[in-house]
Each structure stands twice: as C-alpha cells, then as structure tokens.
Design a protein around this ligand. Sequence first.
Ligand code: G6P
Ligand code: MG
Length: 216
Amino acid sequence: KFKGIIFDLDGVITDTAEYHYIAWKHLAKKLDIEIDREFNETLKGISRSESLEKILINGDKEKKYTEKEKEELADSKNDYYLTLLEKLTPNDVMENIVETLKYLKENNIKVALASASKNAPLILDKLELRDYFEVIVDPSSVKQGKPAPDIFLEGARLIGLNPNDCIGVEDSEAGVIAINDSNMLSIGIGSEENLNHADVVIPSTKILKGTIENLM
Ligand code: G6P
Ligand code: MG
C-alpha cells in the first residue's frame, strides 16, 4: 500500500537524541541554566539555532546575547556534540532498524531521511547505513523546520512520491505534527503521552519492521 518511508534520524535510527540532550545540558550549565528531560522533549526535532533560543529563554531574561555570541554558543554545543559522536559505531544503530531497512529494500520501498540535523550525513556514514537511503534531505534547503511539514514534503518530492503514499517515522512531537501535516501516515516512537498525535505509536524500534509490514 505504501511506496515510501521517510525517517527522522536522532532518536529513531540511533540514540543521538540522548547525545543532543547531554550536549545542550553541558552548554546550559555553563550559562547557569537548568534544563531537564521534560523540557528536552520540546527541543527534539528543532534546529540547532532554535533550540538555543528556547534554552536562553529559560535563563536570565536581562541577559541579551548578540547574534555573534549566539553563533559561538551554538558552535560550542556542536563541538561538544561532535566529541560524543566520535564513539559512534554501527553497534549504535537502534534495535530492528537494519532489519527494517533490509525489508524495505527487498520490497522496493523507497527510503529517505528527513532530519533537521546538519550532522546527518556524518552520522549515517559512521553507522554504515548511508546506502540504505536514496535521499538525505538537506535541512537548509527547506523554508521552515519541524513542526512545519516542509522537510517531509521535500523528502517525498525527492523520491518521486505523493505524500499520501508515504509513512513518516519520528520520535519527536514536532516531527509527528510535521508528518501529519504533510498527509503521510505517522509512526511515533516513544511514549503515548508525548506522541499522542501520531497515527501509530510504538514504545521502541524493536517492533518497527512488524509494524510497517502490518501497514502494507
Ligand atoms: C534534530 C534533533 C535536534 C537537533 C537538530 C539539529 O532535529 O532532534 O535535537 O537539535 O536535529 O541538529 P544539528 O546536528 O544540526 O545540531
Ligand atoms: Mg528525532
């Protein structure tokens, strides 16, 4: 029934969502800002610069940062994040993801990546998964980030499919909204509580292949 699957990366293919959290927490601490996991849910799927803005709102309201200072803060978060990525290997691919990608390949279902991360190509290379993806959407090529549907729509366009012939897979609330608004079927990976907008919610990737097979 479906002809294409468009995946998010961080928190779906590998647990880099956790690394992003660690890196943001590290930066926030230096700025005397406290962030917790609940707040972190609102950062998932959101670009680096927008995430920084959200974090700064939690700090000293009097403190104003120049654009240059914000750029430096975002760079320093990314430098720290990159040190965390150094230890990433194919062993860090989430459970059942390789089986899912193999199944999709065998069934000629097109696969694209729609991640807001500028580090996505590097991460797919480190995980040795690059060849499974026909397309990696460049997040800077779309007007609006998640929760806008742009990046999913661009993914569908680049693999030559109608959005309603595609399934989107996400771990973030912003991403699920983006999938829904692009008229794809949404699979949310995580808690029902955070992802209640998704058409289908599964607690982890462990049952992703079976879930997709059942939808076909
Ligand atoms: C994804 C993640 C976010 C991250 C964003 C930008 O959407 O869910 O947590 O901030 O990508 O990633 P980048 O690697 O470009 O900083
Ligand atoms: Mg994600």
